[in-house]
Design a protein around this ligand. Structure first.
Ligand code: P6P
Length: 335
């Protein structure tokens, strides 16, 4: 039987052999992974844990928060605030940044996360997940502030997600490809189950919320229409469609077997560039997808090159199999 490599050993080797990750970053990633194990336990309890349903509150997005949204956010804050590796955190569930309290040492990293992505699926027992992104705090001995988080996605030093599905799987990049770790619940540890993940450059599977079709812009309408025409149409092949309404689960499928995921701008809220958030959804997922040989754009430019102006800003997202993303992006420049 092949030797099992734990997440800890993988990270130590990335630190020692490749010098890719300093000790403080390795500690950060291990703490985040431990927090994801705790979130997985809470999610898995479901109704038995009294954690289903909504809390009596809204987040900055104006969305009603689920109890598990708040629990997951608290787990991540409490796990990360004392270790000395972080200066501050930002979350989809918090209006402003969370600066590490003075009673703890401050580190050089900034952690951003969507603590529980896909909340609408919690109560119906469909896969959800945690998405996280790591940036370095700008040099200087001044205190950390919200503006320090406003860095383009190509500045990330680590990104990952944990999908809470039939398996709990942690997916991670530190800039040297993508690795997947499956939680061994008997041992309580994440075990390396795939490394050097590669997304096929072509696909026959697209993911988009079709109920929004009448609101889409022409390039998206053209692309999806051509997919629906199948083998008789200009693509010369039939396509399949998936939409889980959990970005983490849709992206995990694409990393596993290819595909294209689209949450484009639409006419419902024309002043918003899209629904998904740049800093803690599109940037980490975009980097992971690129590190696996895929592509990620907003229809006009590489997501990782977008210079953010607000912590919770939204973005149009087209990501996945490289050739399909390039086709959709090309339609945006010609139509
Ligand atoms: P819709 C979940 O709320 C989320 O942010 C993403 O995970 C998911 O892809 C999308 O929104 C689903 O949105 O409009 O299809 O419910």
């Amino acid at each position: 039987m092949a030797q099992r490599i734990s997440l800890t050993r993988y990270l130590v080797e990335q630190q020692r052999i490749d010098g890719l990750i300093p000790a403080q970053l390795r500690l950060l990633l291990e703490v985040v992974a431990r927090a994801c194990k705790g979130i997985s336990q809470a999610v898995n309890k479901g109704a038995l844990g009294g954690v289903l349903g909504t809390a009596e509150s809204e987040n900055i997005q104006g969305e009603i928060q689920k109890k598990l949204d708040i629990i997951a956010n608290e787990v991540l804050i409490e796990a990360n605030e004392w270790g000395g590796h972080l200066a501050a955190m930002a979350s989809e569930e918090m209006d402003g940044i969370y600066v590490v309290p003075n009673r703890y040492p401050q580190g050089e990293y900034l952690l951003l996360f969507d603590p529980l992505d896909g909340s609408s699926n919690i109560d119906v027992n469909v896969s959800i997940g945690t998405i996280f992104s790591v940036l370095k705090k700008p040099e200087g001995d001044r205190g950390v502030e919200a503006g320090d988080f406003l860095q383009a996605g190509h500045q990330q030093v680590a990104a990952g997600y944990c999908v809470y599905g039939p398996q709990t799987t942690l997916v991670l990049t530190v800039g040297d490809g993508v690795a997947m770790f499956t939680l061994d619940r008997e041992q309580g540890s994440f075990v390396l189950t795939q490394e050097n993940v590669r997304i096929p450059e072509d696909t026959k599977e697209f993911a988009i919320n079709m109920s929004n079709m009448r609101h889409w812009d022409a390039p998206i309408k053209r692309y999806v229409d051509e997919c629906l025409q199948g083998v008789e149409g200009p693509r010369g092949k039939d396509f399949n469609m998936r939409w889980i309404a959990s970005m983490v689960a849709d992206v995990h499928r694409i990393l596993t077997r290819g595909g294209i995921f689209m949450y484009p701008w639409d006419k419902r809220e024309p002043n918003k560039p899209g629904k998904l958030r740049l800093m803690y959804e599109a940037n980490p997922m975009g980097w992971i997808v690129e590190q696996a040989g895929g592509a990620a754009t907003n229809g006009k430019q590489r997501i990782l090159d977008i210079e953010p102006t607000q912590l919770h800003e939204r973005v149009s997202v087209i990501l996945g199999s490289k050739n399909e993303v390039e086709r959709v992006t090309g339609y945006h420049s010609t139509l």
